[in-house]
Design a protein around this ligand. Structure first.
Ligand code: B12
Ligand code: SF4
Length: 444
């Protein structure tokens, strides 16, 4: 029988294995679901030893983050040296298939559902093609296999996906090019029947969608979906955009359906900066009201902010941190602007000579494209300003002393302690070690 090994790589060699990590890889469970007749094993480098010498007909590695690419290529090389056929997929491999092909036999560009049957046929013939690329699939055909992995290895073993695709094409984001501009959804019954099968009543689940409610003209379908979730009494969190502020009924239904946290791309509280990344539709004037409305309904806010946008000056750090504190945001994610391949931002910065690394530094330098490192020349501040401001923001929000700021962590975690306490503690730990962390990983 055909035997496939799928690997979720870490960003670097992971010698000391974890007992438990937060999530499994829905990408790999989904890839496995496309090969229902085949024996598939999924390994996470964070928790599992990687067996290079076992017998596999094919080894698949996901490069779902650009920062993982150098290490993923290293793993691919080791498997090739051990005589295995290797296939790469995921958002980075899709953006730069010719680079990925230097380390593998095949690369899947985009979503695997529409090309999986061909891959299996070619594998049986012993004639894998170099590039596989198909149309954006109907999500009804995307059925992840969750039975393969041991649930005990994950704090939150259940990741779901309602949709793919986004019409907005923000300059820093890969999603529109990877999944197309059309918002595609799974039939509601595909999700509810899985919840039935797994007896999910009362359990915590995460939706990985970039926007679980979709564009505003689709809210009626989102409402229908959330209503269908109500009887399951799950507690869920997902990502959505700020325009939900304008529909109280939608917010009510979301809360009733078990939403306990929303991951929201505020990006910045500076209007000009939002315009510079093609996200001026983001409702800056409603940010505070949105936080208030979500909190009122028992929904916590996980806010994402980007520093180093073209109009940003050194006071941007203070202004944004002040906003997050004032509005009681439970968890913040500060990232430095990062030109990921496959985005408009990357094309623009490369063309205008604003990348800090030269072509010969890649692929190794991809490991710095992680949102923590500065990889481009900022416009209205120095690289030092960006580095210092980024570190300051984390320390200021999470506290950077030797003892966790227990009172503020508990205050921020009241709504969903199981989720918020570990994440808050993780970020507190990150902020107190931030100088060392960034120095250790630095290339130049
Ligand atoms: C969920 C998610 C997370 C979760 C990950 C949970 C998990 N275990 O998977 C969490 C919250 C941890 C996370 C964190 C981060 N994330 Co994230 N995340 C996502 C998100 C929203 C969905 C990913 C997903 O599961 N999609 C569903 C699966 C089914 O789709 P898929 O991965 O594309 O897989 C399909 C194909 O690519 C292909 N495929 C994929 N792998 C393989 C492998 C093989 C062998 C084959 C054949 C095919 C194949 O087939 C699949 C089915 O069609 C994406 C955006 C997006 N839509 O991709 C961002 C995204 C991947 N994240 C991103 C980033 C930047 C981050 C962070 C760095 C943010 C930060 N600054 O902290 C961190 C990094 C954490 C880390 N160190 O790993 C960026 C990556 C950009 C880039 N080029 O690197 C994305 C694209 C978001 C964006 N707007 O740009 N993230
Ligand atoms: S940042 Fe969000 S809204 Fe913008 S293109 Fe990406 S997924 Fe769409």
């Amino acid at each position: 029988m055909t035997n496939i090994l799928l690997i979720n790589p870490a960003e670097r060699e992971y010698v000391k294995k974890e007992k438990k990590i937060v999530f499994p890889s829905l990408a790999l469970q989904t890839v496995a679901g496309c090969f229902p007749e085949v024996e598939v094993q999924i390994l996470n480098e964070f928790t599992d030893e990687i067996p290079y010498s076992e017998k596999y007909n094919l080894v698949g590695i996901t490069i779902n983050m650009t920062a993982k690419a150098p290490h993923a290529y290293e793993l691919a090389k080791r498997f090739k040296e051990a005589g295995k056929k290797v296939i790469l997929g995921g958002i980075h491999a899709s953006a730069l298939p010719q680079e990925a092909l230097k380390y593998a036999d095949s690369v899947v560009v985009g979503e695997v559902e529409s090309v999986a049957p061909l891959i299996i046929k070619d594998l049986a013939k012993g004639a894998l093609q170099k590039i596989y690329s198909g149309p954006h699939p109907d999500l009804h055909f995307s059925k992840p296999r969750r039975d393969i992995e041991d649930k005990k290895k994950f704090h939150m073993p259940y990741l779901f996906e309602r949709s793919r695709g986004c019409p907005n094409d923000c300059h820093f984001c890969s999603v529109t090019r990877q999944y197309g501009p059309k918002y595609r959804t799974k039939p509601i019954e595909d999700i509810t029947s899985e919840l039935d099968d797994r007896n999910m009543a009362g359990k915590a689940i995460a939706f990985v969608d970039n926007n679980i409610v979709g564009p505003p003209h689709d809210y009626s379908k989102a409402k229908e979906f959330f209503k269908a979730l109500i009887p399951y009494e799950t507690k869920w969190f997902g990502q959505f955009d700020t325009r939900v502020e304008q529909d109280d009924e939608l917010l009510d239904i979301m809360a009733e359906s078990g939403c306990r946290a929303g991951f929201i791309g505020f990006e910045t509280i500076e209007k000009k900066a939002l315009e510079s990344i093609g996200k001026k539709w983001n409702l800056i004037d409603k940010f505070s009201s949105l936080c208030y409305k979500l909190h009122k309904r028992g929904i916590g806010v996980i806010g994402s902010f980007i520093f180093g946008l073209d109009s940003d000056t050194p006071d941007v750090f203070q202004n944004n941190v002040k906003f997050t504190k004032k509005n009681g945001i439970e968890i913040v994610l500060f990232t430095k602007l990062t030109p990921f391949p496959g985005t408009r931002l990357y094309d623009e910065f490369k063309e205008t000579g604003r990348m800090l690394f030269s072509d010969s530094d890649y692929p190794d330098a991809w490991k710095y494209h992680d949102g923590e490192h500065t990889v481009f020349k900022p416009k209205n501040m120095s690289i030092q300003d960006l580095d210092d401001g980024y570190k300051w923001a984390y320390k200021e929000f999470y506290g950077a002393g030797n003892i966790p700021p227990i009172f503020s962590i508990l205050k921020r975690s009241i709504k969903f302690p199981k989720l918020y306490i570990p994440i808050n503690i993780k970020f507190w730990d990150y902020s107190r070690k931030i100088d060392k962390e960034l120095k250790d990983k630095r290339l130049i």
